[in-house]
Design a protein around this ligand. Structure first.
Ligand SMILES: Cc1cc2nc3c(=O)[nH]c(=O)nc-3n(C[C@H](O)[C@H](O)[C@H](O)COP(=O)(O)OP(=O)(O)OC[C@H]3O[C@@H](n4cnc5c(N)ncnc54)[C@H](O)[C@@H]3O)c2cc1C
Length: 398
């Protein structure tokens, strides 16, 4: 995609796509602070940060990778997978409220659920598969680059799809997938024609969430039935807020790409114009993110948009008391099953492994196969399955 090139053994990223500085800030104790890690309020917190950093370094020696299935799976991993992250942290006496808030935030941001819900494997994977964890001032290596686009990961999927444009049949919702003796029948709803249509295929890759795949297949394999029963999905709400003018400056660090309030129910907001290279001033466009507990899925569906708009504005008000009067337009998007939550036992699920390794004419490729949801996992699942299908059909895979 032209995002990176290799020069003298180093990866050099195209700076237009790297998150511009300042990247993150946290509103705590009445002021903005650079970064999302709460500032130290005494030696007890520093000591806890350092102890957690040491535990993450230990976990890295055990082996964590992104995509996760590139790492080996040992009994130690299984032990971590069998308990919640909160339980594991309690056992380690890592209980400082500021550390726990930060770890909860990371889990809600990446997994859609807090440390009391996700497994200890997931909580450690967040750090150990990437840059580790460093107390303030202890950062050694350069941070891993963050790529971001105003349209989010839609930028990536649009460019990955571009070379295949002629082969894509969009605007169709698959209703049924039936394996026959010599092929596969698909029943799809064609949105433009307003009619159902039948397709025949030699092979099918179900790149749909596993709970959807389980409903599409007339005869889902046992592993799919089991896996679909093990998955828990987090509902999410996003809100795009178009403002009429700049917000008042609060004390501390300047506006960043990601802006979070300590203790908030939401995950804060990103500035959708942060990457803009257009020098002429334009009013802010903010995207707020909310990961809700599964118990609130029905509310998300049933409560009117005004209720959720109010919820978002109330949540952001302590950051920007002048936000509501500046609001020109708000666009809300509800995701009933936004991402699979890595609850205890899920990463080690034999059913997920079996689906990822499935042979035959119907194969599976979705981030769900990793037990949690990030772009890298979706990409890895897609590539792996594409190669297998191509091999089975005697085609070359790119
Ligand atoms: C609000 C939000 C923010 C996120 N932010 C990040 C981030 O910053 N970084 C990151 O790495 N990940 C992020 N994620 C997670 C990321 O979006 C997912 O990991 C990724 O989209 C998974 O890709 P996938 O191809 O496996 O599945 P999906 O993106 O779920 O794609 C499945 C596709 O199947 C289609 N489909 C479903 N049913 C049918 C049917 N019956 N017929 C036809 N098509 C069907 C769907 O429309 C969808 O297009 C975020 C997720 C959310 C919800």
């Amino acid at each position: 995609l032209g995002l990176a090139r290799h020069e003298l053994g180093r990866t050099v990223w195209d700076e237009r796509h790297l998150c511009h500085s300042p990247q993150e800030r946290l509103f705590i104790d009445g002021a903005w602070h650079e970064g999302l890690l709460p500032p130290e309020d005494g030696p007890a917190l520093r000591q806890q940060y350092q102890r957690f950093a040491a535990r993450v370094a230990q976990a890295q020696r055990l082996g964590f990778a992104l995509p996760t299935r590139q790492a080996r799976w040992t009994p130690e991993h299984a032990t971590l997978d069998a308990q919640t992250f909160a339980h594991w942290l309690d056992q380690q006496a890592l209980t400082h409220p500021r550390l726990r808030w930060y770890l909860d935030y990371c889990c809600r941001d990446d997994f859609g659920a807090d440390a009391a819900t996700v497994s200890a494997w997931a909580g450690l994977h967040y750090f150990a598969s990437r840059h580790g964890f460093h107390a303030l001032g202890d950062e050694t290596a350069e941070r891993e680059p963050v790529l971001t686009w105003p349209e989010g990961n839609g930028w990536l999927s649009a460019r990955l799809a571009e070379p295949l444009r002629e082969h894509l049949h969009l605007g169709r919702v698959v209703l049924r997938v039936t394996e026959r003796k010599h092929g596969i029948d698909l029943l799809a709803w064609n949105e433009a024609a307003g009619a159902a249509e039948r397709w025949e295929a030699r092979a099918v890759v179900l790149a749909t969430p596993l709970f959807v795949s389980a409903r599409l297949l007339e005869q889902p394999p046992d592993a799919l039935r089991v896996a679909a029963g093990q998955l828990h999905y987090a509902p999410w709400l996003t809100a795009n807020l178009a403002l009429t003018g700049e917000l008042l400056h609060r004390p501390g660090a300047p506006a960043a790409w990601d802006n979070v309030r300590y203790g908030a129910a939401s995950l804060g907001y990103v500035d959708a114009r942060h990457q803009s290279l257009n020098p002429s001033p334009r009013p802010p466009l903010l995207t707020a993110y909310v990961a809700l507990p599964a118990a609130r899925r029905r509310d998300l569906l049933e409560q009117p948009w005004q209720t959720w708009a109010r919820w978002v504005l109330d949540d952001l008000a302590p950051l920007h008391p002048d936000l509501a009067p500046q609001l020109q337009r708000i666009d809300l998007c509800r995701f009933g099953h936004a991402m699979s939550v890595p609850v205890p036992g899920l990463r080690g699920s034999a059913a997920l492994v079996a689906l990822g390794e499935a042979r035959g004419r119907v194969l599976f490729a979705h981030a769900d196969l990793a037990g949690y949801s990030v772009f890298e996992e979706a990409y890895a699942a897609g590539m792996k399955t594409a190669r297998r299908v191509a091999g089975g059909l005697g085609l070359a895979a790119g």
